[in-house]
Ligand binder design. Structure first.
Ligand code: NDP
Length: 244
């Protein structure tokens, strides 16, 4: 399966960028979305000679999402592989978590995946083929103090993916989830060092993961080799969440 059109939301940094680069190296034409990262940083290629196609898109905006797909469809063709990696955290203990903080994380990390996947689905149904991968988190099933909003969103993705996987399986569209653990990106850098060190001590493999290690799992789920895998939650967490 090469030469496909793939879209990675949140592909400007961290895990999303690593996924985009992997899909690109495998031969896909890859579009990525960014919200705040300057597009100049994104058009650089990584030695493959092919720059990523970067599109400004705030995934919390239905109009932005629709315009992004319309642009890709007009210039590259229908999206055959969708990876939803855009995400934020906004931590607070529940009693201090206002409605806004709750809503912004649910909107970005859960509702935006509903919106983006729904927009991608029409052409996939017509093609009777497609791959959807949603980036969840080990926090979805372990929980984490201060992250009730994030954990609810990330756990919601699992139910969403499994329900949708059943809806579209007859059209050979697969819908899967990856659940990363502690991955060295800007998102983790925002966590206090002592807290990050304490969390790393609980990882059986004894270290943080790399964005490219998550990307490898996503690449598999997007590949022809994963043709019989749907509704799965693939942990990439150094063993942190094993047994759940
Ligand atoms: P980063 O903070 O490094 O990158 C976040 C990405 O999401 C950026 O590309 C950012 O775009 C994009 N983004 C955020 N909000 C929006 C928005 N409203 N519209 C469009 N794009 C947006 O995060 P990671 O790479 O670490 O995380 C990627 C995914 O992996 C997230 O879903 C996260 O929850 C998940 N994850 C991360 C873990 C970790 O330890 N790092 C662990 C488990 C899961 P821009 O650059 O333009 O700001």
């Amino acid at each position: 399966m090469s030469g496909r059109v793939s879209l990675v939301t949140g592909g400007s940094r961290g895990i999303g960028l690593a996924i985009a680069r992997r899909l690109q190296r495998a031969g896909d034409t890859v579009a990525i979305t960014y919200k705040s990262t300057a597009p100049d940083e994104l058009v650089k290629d990584d030695g493959t000679g092919v720059p990523l196609r970067a599109l400004a898109c705030d995934v919390t905006s239905p109009d932005d999402v629709d315009a992004t797909f319309t642009e890709i469809e007009a210039t590259l063709g229908p999206v055959e592989v969708l990876v939803c990696s855009a995400g934020i955290t906004d931590d607070a203990l529940l009693l201090r978590m206002g409605e806004e903080r709750w809503a912004s994380v649910i909107e970005t990390d859960l509702t935006a995946c509903y919106r983006t996947t729904k927009r991608a689905l029409g052409p996939m149904l017509r093609a009777r083929a497609g791959r959807v991968v949603l980036v969840s988190s080990v926090v979805a099933y372990l929980g984490n103090p201060g992250q009730t909003n994030y954990a609810a969103a990330k756990a919601g993705l699992v139910g969403f993916a499994r329900s949708l996987a059943r809806e579209v399986a007859s059209r050979s569209i697969t819908v899967n989830v990856v659940a990363p653990g502690l991955i060295a990106t800007d998102m983790l850098a925002a966590v206090a060092t002592e807290r990050a060190d304490a969390m790393t001590e609980r990882v059986p493999l004894g270290r943080l993961g790399e964005a490219d290690e998550v990307a490898a799992a996503v690449q598999f789920l997007c590949s022809a080799d994963a043709s019989y895998v749907t509704g799965a939650v693939l942990a990439v967490d150094g063993g942190l969440g094993m047994g759940h």
